[in-house]
Design a protein around this ligand. Sequence first.
Ligand code: HPA
Length: 296
Amino acid sequence: MMTFIQEREMAVMPDETNGSPAGDCGDMKITEALSFVGEKITARPRVGIILGSGLGGIADAVENRAAIPYADIPHWPKATAQGHAGRLVFGELEGVNVAVMQGRIHHYEGYSTEELTFPMRVLGELGISTLYATNASGGVNLGYKPGDLVAVYDHINFMGINPLTGRNNEKWGPRFPDMSYAYDREYLEMLESAATEEKIPLRRGVYIAFSGPSFETPAEIRMARAMGADLVGMSTVPEVIVANHMSVRVAVVSCVANFAAGVKPEKLRHQEVLDAMSRAARSMERLMRAFLRKIS
Ligand code: HPA
């Protein structure tokens, strides 16, 4: 059997350029990461799963697990945020081959766009066709309360960056990818029927991403609400853009961890976010499993 790396080398054309303005070094870094990861796994993942703040425990449920610390993977950016373990876990969930990112990296940690997109590029090159991302968010919609689960159906990129900035690698996708259906419509329906079956209330909402790391001001949250946002967070949008660029279908489930700034008089604290997420972890896992059963 050909290794992942041999298959990839055969697919790479000599005149190919990569996504970084600095030439082909970004592509070589991905090749090295793929080579390292490819030796540790026996099956290609079909679904990439990103576990947000406080949800890392879900990776423990993966069967026939191979867990690789990010620090061991060549060029993989380290997750520094509290509540993010920093491991890539391969195995099966509900019979589906998955690659679980136990902890993600954020723009506010100071990464370049090349670093920020690196994990998704590696997962895309490993062959995932689905991204299931989770996150913690603040409730902008005044009807939302901490603990609510929300299927994201659209986003507003208010981070001030786009992860596709730089030279485009046509092998991955077009220069100007369409974002009309960034959140797969069929997956949204599958999430909703999975939630109904599991008796988990699930809303549908628009996620706005700010860069952070400071939480938003009450005025910013009023603006976000006026713009049509239901949820606010500091992640996910870069990964969703890269996934769409690579034609990976996307499902995102957000857990409302707190009322967004200004909704209540209390100040926002990261610990409150982590506590809310650990309370929601069980229903997040049940919903994810029910979704995986539907696509298996
Ligand atoms: N704002 C931004 N990001 C967040 C929040 C918030 O209120 N809660 C959890 N992540």
